[in-house]
Design a binder for this molecule. Structure first.
Ligand SMILES: [Zn+2]
Length: 707
């Protein structure tokens, strides 16, 4: 039969007749398509496979007896036009190939008509509903991703086809963006996709965040800043940083701290307010009143909370305020007056726990204070510390050589403030430093007297990793370190340019007013070194006697490379630092995974690599003084960016702690510290983790802190 009809079709005289009957068939089929019920039946058979009469009838929605006739009528039409076939043996209906063709045609017509009528609507993140318009996709591809127009057309066409196939999808702009990105990836356009990628949070992360106590503890600000941080952190890691730096960070060779604000704000900011004629925000922050010149204690008391609340948004790690404390003291009538004024000013100035440390400096005797006044300030500070679960305000005492005697007369008060859990640092030679040990100006640079300075230092290098990979070869180790400093410093120089630009645009109004948009401001870039002790002593295998020399050699190399690289980059103030950040814990964790439990960490019962350098108070008293203090002094000279020599006095009595501080205070910079735990239920602080429960309220929820 088939053969015959084929012959018939190809023979001339009968052709017209065949065409005529074919066009009649088409008309008949179109009439079948005219009923949505019949298209429905075809769709059901297409997706479910062969069905019995009653199954098909039920699925097609003809449920009542009354509708039986209707259903039979539609099915008969479909059978007659050969769109559906009945398998007699099985008593089941199936869709034929012709039926499938008709169904697909119906779908295409439907899609086209939606396009033609413009009935597809997009819900946008700008809170609007707009008609779908493929031209907008082309525009984004060209504008946002710089895709060549021709390619943009091609990609868009594919995206359009996909979107029409979604049919019932609730069309949103993010769905369109996802579709565009998946098409870009299918075509190998990874770079373009990265530019178009949306940097938001998965909704599950938001649900999780809102149900976590830790995230909600700091109120709405905490949640908002967490969310924003995540977006800017992704923007930094995947869109801004050079690829090699991103990979070094992800691999744990380097660490970028505070990635949420890394590309927006400096890490440490220094402001000298001594000669400031009031902080004029010049319309930069319209909601804040012009601050009066700080001339009397009352001015300080009024200005300090505003200043601190403004400035804590302008640095990621620390804000150092010079000249505030002396003004507060100058016309206070009595010692008691100073104590209570200072305590009150600090208490009303405290910011959120996640905000940067605010350090107020006292230069002795440069600030013109006598011993009694300094001691009164220390007592006032201690009062603030005692009343605050996690103090975020620090006191930096710096003594010039002729101030040393005065330091001895303040030792009892210093010790008491330290033992309370205060953030106290003691410096010599009136060098301004942050509580972290970061210098206001890289030594050797000409930045010294600036009214405003910013230091960028939150990029740390994992030295133990370098040591592991250097086969115990110290020369190779130093060469690798040099290779790492170069791209890191170049990245910091880039970062500096961006941030200085943001200052000019108004992202840091308080800093900008003080530095007058960097005219009077300076900036320095630094690379931080983490795990120096572990890398030299444990991994490279040097003993205590030879190790100290090797360590200094390593640091000298680092400082030289940084200076040379800084020169090349046109950065006068480029240096090396050894201070604490969050890289110690991260590096130690990653290396433990990579190399198995890092034995040196197990030995010391810690989960962090060393940062800065810590002198054990007890050992110092037992006669280890000369070696430890000597080594720290030598390192301090080498590290032009900053260095924190810590002194742990946790386990010492008041008298012992006093002696230890006195012995170490000859260092250029010293941070005496204690370990403590804060109860997160009642907010009170206990000395160390002696018991599982809070000694005041018996709560078991606590948080360790290291002052
Ligand atoms: Zn408690």
């Amino acid at each position: 039969m088939e053969q015959m009809s084929y012959d018939l079709q190809s023979s001339g005289p009968l052709k017209g007749g065949v065409l005529e009957s074919a066009s009649k068939r088409v008309r008949m089929i179109f009439s079948v398509m005219a009923s949505p019920n019949r298209i429905d039946i075809l769709r059901i058979l297409n997706t479910k496979g062969p069905l019995t009469y009653s199954e098909l009838k039920a699925l097609a929605g003809f449920k009542s007896k009354k509708e039986s006739g209707k259903f039979a009528y539609h099915l008969r039409k479909l059978l007659r036009q050969l769109l559906v076939a009945l398998n007699k043996a099985e008593r089941r209906y199936t869709i034929t190939n012709l039926g499938k063709l008709v169904l697909s045609l119906a779908r295409q017509i439907e899609e086209r008509s939606i396009i033609e009528s413009g009935k597809m609507y997009v819900r946008t993140s700008r809170h609007t509903i707009e008609e779908f318009n493929s031209h907008k996709i082309i525009q984004s591809l060209v504008r946002e991703a710089n895709l060549p127009l021709e390619q943009a057309h091609k990609i868009t066409e594919e995206v359009e086809n996909k979107i029409y196939k979604f049919q019932t999808a609730y069309l949103t702009s993010s769905l369109i963006r996802e579709t565009v990105n998946s098409v870009l990836i299918e075509h190998g356009h990874e770079e373009y996709r990265n530019k178009l990628a949306c940097l938001g949070l998965p909704s599950s992360d938001i649900v999780e965040m809102l149900s976590s106590d830790e995230a909600t503890r700091n109120g709405i600000d905490g949640i908002m800043s967490r969310t924003a941080s995540s977006v800017f952190s992704k923007y930094l890691i995947f869109n801004t940083l050079p690829k090699d730096i991103t990979d070094m960070h992800l691999a744990g060779e380097i660490n970028i701290s505070n990635s949420g604000v890394w590309g927006l704000l400096p890490d440490t900011v220094f402001l000298d307010l001594a000669e400031l004629e009031g902080l004029d925000l010049q319309g930069r922050l319209l909601s804040v009143a012009r601050l009066p010149a700080i001339k009397s204690p009352d001015d300080v008391a009024a200005a300090l909370p505003v200043l601190i609340s403004l400035l804590s948004r302008e640095a990621s790690t620390e804000v150092v305020l010079e000249g505030v404390v002396p003004a507060l003291v100058k016309s206070s009538s009595t010692q008691d007056d100073i104590v209570s004024r200072f305590a009150r000013a600090l208490a009303t100035s405290s910011g959120a726990p996640s905000s940067p440390v605010i350090t107020t400096t006292i230069a002795v005797p440069a600030d013109g204070l006598d011993v009694k006044q300094v001691n009164a300030l220390l007592d006032g500070y201690r009062k603030y510390v005692d009343a605050t679960p996690v103090p975020r305000i620090g006191l930096a005492l710096s003594y010039s050589s002729n101030g040393n005697r005065m330091m001895k007369d303040s030792l009892d008060h210093v010790t008491a403030a330290v033992r309370s859990g205060g953030i106290i640092s003691i410096g010599n030679n009136n060098n301004v430093r942050a509580s972290s040990g970061i210098r206001k100006s890289v030594s050797g640079s000409s930045n010294k007297g600036a009214a405003a300075a910013m230091a960028l230092h939150s990029l740390s290098i994992n030295l133990p990793r370098l040591a592991y990979e250097s086969n115990k070869d110290e020369t190779y180790f130093r060469a690798k370190l040099a290779l790492m400093i170069k791209p890191s410093l170049a990245t910091m120089a880039m970062r500096k340019k961006t941030i200085v630009d943001y200052v000019k645009k108004g992202l840091m109004p308080a800093f900008a007013s003080t530095s007058q948009s960097m005219q009077r401001g300076t900036s320095s870039i630094m690379i931080n070194l983490t795990g120096t002790k572990e890398s030299v002593y444990s991994i490279l295998g040097h003993d205590a006697s030879g190790g100290s020399e090797i360590l200094q050699k390593v640091l000298r190399t680092a400082a030289e490379v940084a200076a040379a690289q800084g020169n090349q980059l046109g950065e006068e103030a480029a240096g090396i630092a050894m201070v604490s950040d969050d890289s110690g814990v991260r590096f130690a964790g990653l290396d433990s995974e990579k190399y198995g439990k890092v034995s040196l960490l197990q030995l010391q019962n810690t989960t962090s690599y060393s940062q800065g350098m810590t002198i054990n108070g007890r050992q110092l008293l037992l006669g280890g003084k000369a070696a430890a203090v000597h080594e720290c002094a030598a390192i301090d000279r080498l590290l032009n960016g900053g260095f924190a020599a810590g002194l742990d006095v946790t386990d010492l009595s008041a008298t012992e702690a006093r002696s230890a501080i006195e012995a170490a205070a000859e260092l250029p910079f010293l941070r005496p510290r204690i370990r403590a735990v804060v109860c997160t239920t009642c907010g009170r602080r206990s000395k160390a983790a002696t018991a599982d429960k809070c000694e005041f309220c018996k709560s078991q929820h606590s948080m360790p802190i290291y002052s």
